[in-house]
Design a protein around this ligand. Structure first.
Ligand code: KG4
Ligand code: ZN
Length: 339
């Protein structure tokens, strides 16, 4: 079954062709991160304008790269949310338009669930369930028990910033461009992770929840002085120490809470997804902690927003729906709980 996936939840316009939920024939992503750089974060209206310009060329390119004609497509899968409403509407309406024009079924999928599916695409059958699922992105920080694809139980989440958002904000404090995660990782390599004594956020009576706002404030004080009033001018090596200490504190916190979740819940493997999974220090911390269990990471190009994970999960959802899919009344949803 050949599925066209469409992704437009935030600042990436993606289209991909995936066969039987796993075999990626093409995966095209046009990012508008360059225009958001000067604002230090995604500027929704500008992201929407880029989506409008990019969506059809990106679909065309995905078809060409896969050497697939519209007639050969069996299903159109689209990210229905969560995300920016205007951005979602562009992907959704493109998907509906193509479904009508090409007379194909349509299915909407949850973008956050698709981030996890990117790692599930890598696992051999039968998939080891129940498993621990962890989504670490710019908008989400979630731990879930995966009972099967489509059935999840919430284990923990963030009470304030998402971890990727914290990386982006700390990068902005260090005058590094958006998106900040890769910049922090690069700078952290030159710094001492024990240079600053930052502490991970604890949530009262919820040991498996996350909080990154206190850590972010500690970075603010280190960079701008207590209360942000004293102009502190950091040397380059101090900045690298801040980046390394922040990264180590945030990522170690995630690995430790994941280990606690593994002890508490009976899980056979760990699946991770989302942009922060690009971080090599995160991968090495998990490898140190989980020596006795399989860890599944998405390939690097499937960690950040992409349409291959949407097409892959769309295939699974279509089968689960008894091949009926969604009606053309399908609506976008800016927030969707997955458990
Ligand atoms: O999954 P994603 O593309 O978008 C969302 O659905 O949010 O994740 C983007 C996030 C950004 O916050 C970015 O800074 C972060 O992933 N990120 C990283 C790295 N690469 C991307 N964070 C830490 N280290 C990285 N190497
Ligand atoms: Zn995402």
């Amino acid at each position: 079954m050949i599925v066209l996936g469409i992704e437009s939840t935030c600042d990436e316009t993606g289209a991909a062709i995936v066969e039987d939920g796993k075999r990626i024939l093409s995966n095209v992503v046009a990012s508008s991160a360059d225009i958001h750089e000067r604002y230090g974060g995604v500027f929704p209206e500008l992201a929407c304008r880029r989506h409008i310009d990019a969506i059809i060329p990106v679909v065309d390119e995905a078809l060409k790269k896969a050497d697939v004609s519209p007639a050969e497509i069996d299903l159109i899968a689209v990210a229905k949310g969560p995300g920016l409403v205007g951005a979602l509407l562009i992907g959704m309406n493109a998907a509906k338009g193509l479904a009508i024009a090409w007379e194909k079924p349509l299915i909407g999928v949850n973008h956050v669930e698709a981030h996890l599916y990117a790692a599930l695409m890598e696992a051999e059958e039968p998939t080891p369930f129940p498993s621990l699922g962890i989504v670490l992105s710019g908008g989400h920080t979630l731990m879930l028990k995966i009972l099967e694809i489509g059935r999840y139980e919430a284990i923990g989440t963030t009470v304030d910033d998402a971890v990727g958002e914290a990386f982006d904000k700390v990068a902005a404090l260090l005058s590094l461009p958006y998106p900040g995660g890769p910049q922090i990782e690069r700078l952290a390599k030159e710094g001492n992770p024990k240079g600053y004594s930052f502490h991970p956020g604890k949530v009262k009576r919820s040991p498996l929840d996350f909080s990154f706002s206190g850590l972010k404030t500690s970075v603010l004080y280190a960079v701008k002085g207590q209360n942000g009033l004293l102009p502190v001018s950091l040397t380059d090596s101090q900045k690298a120490d801040v980046a390394a200490s922040f990264q180590e504190t945030a990522l170690r916190d995630i690995a430790e809470k994941a280990a606690l979740a593994m002890q508490t819940f009976d899980c056979k493997a760990v699946f991770l997804g989302g942009g922060v999974c690009n971080n090599r220090r995160l991968r090495s911390l998990f490898a140190e902690k989980f020596t006795h269990l399989p860890i599944f990471w998405p390939p690097f190009d499937l960690t950040v927003d992409n349409a291959a994970m949407i097409a892959g999960l769309g295939y699974q959802k279509f089968l689960a729906s008894g091949m009926s899919g969604d009606s053309l009344d399908l609506e976008v949803q800016t927030r969707i709980p997955i458990a």
